[in-house]
Design a protein around this ligand. Structure first.
Ligand code: CDV
Length: 315
C-alpha cells in the first residue's frame, strides 16, 4: 500500500522591513499557485514568513513591536492565502509571530506555525519550544538574535495532527537541531514534519570558531538525522538571502525517512521545490531498526526529561 502526495517547500527570498503584509501574502499565493501547477497538495512556508526577521533589532516601542505580530489568523491580510488554498485544494504550513490577548487584557507572544488543510481550515497549531538567542543585546556579536526578548517558549508541546491522509507534525527553526523535537513526534507516529527557518549564514554565536560551510552542513545534518531516526519525512523551507544586511542560508529541502535529501532549492530567492512523497515509506524503518516498542530502553533515558544542562562528573 502507498499513500502518495506531492509536497512543496516554498523558500522565500528576503522580506525587508518596509514590505507590507499584502505584498508578502501575494508572494506566498504566487508560490502556492506554482506548487499547485507542479501537482503539490501541501506547501510549507518559512518561519515568520509574513515579516522581516525583526528579532535582530531592539524594538522598545510597544506599538511598533506589536505591528510584527498577528492577533488573529486568518486576518484581513492573510485571508486571500486561505481562500487560494481552498480554491486550489492545497494545504499549507505557515510560520508567523502570534500575539494572544488573555482575558485580563495581558498579551502573550509566540513564534507560531499553523497547518491549514485543503479546505482552508486550520488543522493544527504549534508554538516554537526552543527559543534561541538572548533577551539582551550581546556585545561583540556580529549581529543580534533577540528571540528570547520577544517570544516565550511554546506551551503546546509537539502535537501531531491527522490531516491530509497522514500524521503531520511541525517544529520551527532552532527546534530542528534538537533530537527531542523529532522523537516526541516520533512517539506519536509522525509521518511528515514541516518546518520553516531563518538562519544567518554566519553563526552569530560561534565567535569566529565555525568555518562558513558548517552552517549548511549542520542545517541538513540535523534534519536528515531527525528524519531517519524516526522514519519520517521532513519538509523544510528557509527564508534566504540578504535580509536587512544579514545573509540567511537557503537550502530548503524535502528529506525522505531514509535520511536522504530528495529535493533541494538551488537559489536564495522565492523558489518552490517539490517531491513525490509516499507516507508509507518510513514504515519499514519504524518496524525494524527504529521499532521503538521493541528496542527503546526508557529505564535508561530518565536524564533526558529530568536534567536540562550537562553536569559532568566531579574531576
Ligand atoms: N530562527 C532561528 O531559530 N535561528 C537559529 C539561529 C539563531 C542559530 C537556528 O537554529 O537556525
Amino acid at each position: 500500500m502507498s499513500r502518495q502526495l506531492t509536497v512543496a517547500a516554498a523558500q522565500m527570498g528576503p522580506v525587508q522591513r518596509a514590505d507590507t503584509r499584502s505584498e508578502v501574502v501575494d508572494r506566498l499565493i504566487a508560490m502556492l499557485r506554482q506548487a499547485h501547477e507542479a501537482g503539490a497538495t501541501l506547501v510549507v512556508f518559512p518561519e515568520l514568513a509574513l515579516t522581516t526577521f525583526f528579532p535582530r533589532w531592539v524594538i522598545d516601542d510597544a506599538e511598533e513591536l506589536d505591528g510584527y505580530f498577528e492577533s488573529e489568523m486568518p486576518n484581513n491580510e492573510t485571508q486571500p492565502l486561505f481562500e487560494a488554498a481552498r480554491e486550489l485544494e492545497v494545504g499549507f504550513h505557515l510560520g508567523y509571530a502570534e500575539m494572544q490577548t488573555e482575558n485580563d487584557g495581558s498579551k502573550r507572544y509566540f513564534n507560531t506555525a499553523i497547518l491549514v488543510d485543503r479546505a482552508g481550515r486550520i488543522a493544527g497549531k504549534y508554538r516554537k519550544v526552543h527559543i534561541p538567542g538572548h533577551a539582551e543585546p550581546q556585545p561583540g556579536q556580529v549581529h543580534q538574535h533577540l528571540e528570547k526578548r520577544y517570544f516565550e517558549p511554546g506551551d503546546l508541546g509537539f502535537p501531531v495532527f491527522r490531516s491530509m491522509d497522514g500524521v503531520m507534525g511541525m517544529c520551527i527553526c532552532n527546534d530542528r537541531r534538537w533530537p527531542e523535537t523529532y522523537r516526541v513526534m516520533g512517539l506519536q507516529g509522525v509521518e511528515l514534519v514541516m518546518l520553516g527557518y531563518n538562519t544567518p549564514s554566519a553563526n552569530p554565536f560561534a565567535k569566529g570558531q565555525e568555518a562558513p560551510h558548517l552552517g549548511m552542513f549542520h542545517n541538513h545534518l540535523s534534519m536528515q538525522a531527525g528524519a531517519y531516526q524516526n522514519g519520517t519525512w521532513v519538509v523544510a523551507a528557509a527564508k534566504a538571502g540578504m535580509e536587512e544586511g544579514i545573509h540567511h542560508m537557503g537550502g530548503s529541502c524535502v528529506i525522505a525517512p531514509t535520511g536522504e535529501i530528495v529535493a533541494l532549492a538551488q537559489g536564495e530567492g522565492d523558489e518552490v521545490v517539490t517531491a513525490q512523497v509516499d507516507l508509507e515509506r518510513g514504515v519499514y524503518i519504524r518496524e525494524t531498526i527504529f521499532n521503538f516498542a521493541a528496542h527503546r530502553r526508557i529505564e535508561h533515558y530518565g536524564l533526558i526529561s529530568s536534567r536540562t544542562g550537562a553536569e559532568p562528573p566531579p574531576a
